[in-house]
Design a protein around this ligand. Structure first.
Ligand code: HEC
Ligand code: HEC
Ligand code: HEC
Ligand code: HEC
Ligand code: HEC
Ligand code: HEC
Ligand code: HEC
Ligand code: HEC
Ligand code: HEC
Ligand code: HEC
Length: 333
């Protein structure tokens, strides 16, 4: 594949020349950039390429406008127009090339082979372009990190720079976000059609209430709130404590030890259809071959727990504070 040389964004760009006319501008830019090009060669490139194979140079957005009028005009209303107008990023008057790379060769040849098209790059490579400006930026759903790139999904799979118009760069409404994610995660979306679920199909919540599509310190891209707590805390703080008497799995395994967060056939989105079966997965007095191994699970209820008696089958009738208690270690209140 044709790979354009990487230009560091800020420091090597020519100064702004707002009064360019098109032709004079091109000549001027060519001269200026020829000088810059040689400076760059001295700084970085291992050997100077033969003249006909010279690296492409920056020509400015008005050059692109000549042949891509529609995109150029629509771009005036894009949030990225700030790149074109604001001097401090070093891309003023040549925003197009901040993502597409230097365009002189392409402007001459009009060949697709001579210009960088992020949508055709490997995800990691495409993301590098975006991350030159967006790395570590904080958003509603958390900081922007490498994101889905580990899974070969690039920024442009979720953010279309030109296609959806100036207001289509970011999906904002819960229903839009869900549709975006559901397009790839069909199995997850199916879970939200189960009887007990968070209200995503109704558009009351979205995937990014719980996940940061841009990466996370927690597994499964779980969004964090407060100090690295999983996102559930944002809405169910009362279940997270901190409690003087913690129920170990709430903290250690997390909510998904007992709940199916996307949706479930069981009331309370539990992993089992009856509460006691959830409990007995860890608290059962089934004989085990190696009692020592069982000690890593929960303890067994004392002898009063006659599990044949219906009275003892509804564990949370007595162990009401199953997420943790302020009162006692049996979680009865
Ligand atoms: C002389 C006319 C002309 C100019 C100037 C021009 N382009 Fe193009 N551009 C074209 C044509 C024609 C195509 C379609 C090429 C094809 O499909 O083979 C194209 C295609 C592209 C593509 C898509 C490439 C792909 O792989 O699909 C991008 C991106 C692009 N241009 C960006 C730019 C940028 C950025 C500038 C300014 C630096 C620019 N163009 C200037 C004529 C031009
Ligand atoms: C923030 C990065 C970015 C900037 C700035 C940008 N583009 Fe693009 N461009 C892209 C991406 C990504 C694509 C792939 C399609 C998409 O996401 O819309 C693309 C696609 C294109 C295409 C191909 C369109 C097609 O339908 O195949 C052209 C032509 C183009 N850009 C021209 C321009 C011009 C002209 C400018 C400046 C006015 C510009 N771009 C500014 C990122 C950018
Ligand atoms: C040259 C710097 C630069 C590059 C490269 C760049 N952006 Fe941006 N981006 C900006 C600026 C500046 C803004 C507008 C101000 C802001 O929201 O920070 C912006 C805004 C955005 C927004 C938010 C728009 C909104 O409505 O809040 C998204 C999404 C975005 N960019 C995605 C991308 C993607 C995807 C790429 C790579 C294809 C990319 N950007 C490349 C500078 C850049
Ligand atoms: C899996 C889909 C997905 C991927 C991949 C993705 N984003 Fe996003 N991005 C979103 C969604 C959804 C939002 C809106 C989040 C919200 O409203 O909380 C968003 C928000 C943003 C915003 C903030 C807009 C604002 O003002 O709040 C920026 C900037 C941004 N993304 C840039 C990027 C960049 C750069 C990449 C690549 C490193 C990227 N995104 C990868 C889905 C994605
Ligand atoms: C273009 C397809 C695509 C889109 C759109 C997409 N994803 Fe993904 N996502 C993937 C792939 C591929 C994987 C890796 C395989 C898997 O775990 O299913 C993945 C993985 C994930 C994971 C699991 C990560 C892990 O560590 O196991 C989460 C969580 C996730 N995506 C959430 C989202 C959210 C939220 C959105 C919408 C904002 C979204 N995805 C949009 C393709 C996509
Ligand atoms: C109520 C919070 C919540 C919502 C809303 C949510 N998730 Fe999740 N998601 C989780 C949790 C928690 C896990 C980890 C489950 C585990 O550890 O077993 C997870 C796991 C995942 C995974 C990893 C693989 C799997 O199936 O377990 C993917 C992919 C995923 N979610 C995608 C999505 C998508 C797409 C949406 C929106 C349609 C979404 N999630 C909405 C909390 C949520
Ligand atoms: C944005 C807020 C929000 C987040 C984040 C959130 N939830 Fe919820 N959750 C709700 C609301 C609101 C309900 C009430 C159910 C409804 O909408 O019908 C609910 C209901 C539940 C229920 C079922 C309660 C019942 O009475 O049936 C469980 C279990 C649950 N959530 C667990 C979780 C877990 C686990 C997480 C984190 C992975 C999480 N929630 C993240 C808002 C949230
Ligand atoms: C050890 C198993 C277990 C763990 C871990 C667990 N839960 Fe629960 N949760 C339950 C059981 C059992 C119920 C049903 C209680 C009942 O029916 O009386 C429940 C009920 C709920 C309810 C609905 C009832 C109410 O009181 O509002 C919510 C919301 C909830 N859990 C959220 C969470 C969140 C958030 C987490 C993680 C911080 C979590 N749970 C971790 C077992 C657990
Ligand atoms: C994922 C495994 C798991 C599940 C499911 C689970 N627990 Fe636990 N539970 C534990 C562990 C581990 C401890 C801590 C045991 C210890 O400290 O030795 C514990 C402690 C307890 C204690 C306090 C006992 C003590 O010795 O401190 C009670 C009471 C309890 N659990 C009740 C329940 C009930 C009721 C349910 C069902 C709603 C349940 N547990 C579900 C793992 C689990
Ligand atoms: C009728 C009320 C009641 C029901 C129903 C009940 N328990 Fe208990 N459980 C208690 C009481 C009271 C204690 C505390 C006994 C003590 O402190 O010696 C206890 C203690 C425990 C303990 C050990 C706590 C410790 O400190 O060692 C576990 C584990 C436990 N129960 C699990 C369960 C499970 C699992 C179920 C459902 C199958 C269940 N319980 C149903 C009343 C009940």
């Amino acid at each position: 594949m044709f790979v354009l040389p990487v230009h560091s964004t800020r420091h090597q760009s020519p100064r702004a020349r707002p009064s360019w006319t098109r032709t004079a501008g091109l000549v001027g830019a060519a001269m200026l950039l020829a000088a810059m090009g040689s400076a760059q060669e001295k700084a970085g490139a291992p050997a100077s390429p033969p003249p006909e194979n010279k690296p492409a140079e920056f020509v400015g957005s008005t050059t692109c406008q000549m042949c891509h009028e529609d995109i150029f005009n629509a771009f005036q209303k894009s949030p990225h127009q700030l790149v074109e107008t604001d001097k401090k990023r070093g891309w003023d008057t040549k925003a197009c090339e901040s993502c597409h790379g230097p365009g002189s060769k392409h402007a001459e040849s009009a060949s697709a082979a001579d210009i960088k098209q992020p949508a055709k790059l490997q995800p990691g490579e495409a993301d590098r372009t975006c991350l030159t400006c967006h790395r570590n930026q904080s958003t509603h759903s958390g900081r922007i990190n490498s994101s889905h790139a580990r899974n070969q999904v690039s920024c442009t799979a979720c953010h279309s720079i030109h296609k959806n118009g100036p207001h289509g760069l970011v999906a904002r409404k819960p229903a839009e976000i869900n549709a975006l994610c559901a397009a790839c995660h069909t199995d997850v979306w199916a879970s939200f059609q189960k009887p007990y679920k968070h209200r995503l199909p109704e558009g009351a919540m979205s995937c990014v209430d719980c996940h940061n599509p841009h990466g996370s310190a927690l597994p499964r891209q779980i969004q964090t709130t407060r100090s690295n707590e999983p996102s559930c805390a944002k809405c169910h703080g009362d279940k997270m404590g901190p409690f003087p008497f913690e129920h170990a799995p709430v903290r250690l395994e997390g909510c998904a030890a007992c709940h199916q967060p996307h949706g479930s056939a069981n009331p309370r989105m539990l992993t089992r259809h009856e509460v006691r079966f959830v409990c007995m997965e860890c608290h059962s007095n089934l004989p085990v071959p190696n009692p020592a191994a069982n000690s890593t699970l929960g303890t067994v209820g004392p002898a009063i727990h006659d599990l044949r008696s219906p009275r003892f089958q509804n564990c949370t009738l007595c162990h009401q504070k199953v997420h943790g208690s302020y009162a006692n270690r049996a979680f009865t209140k």
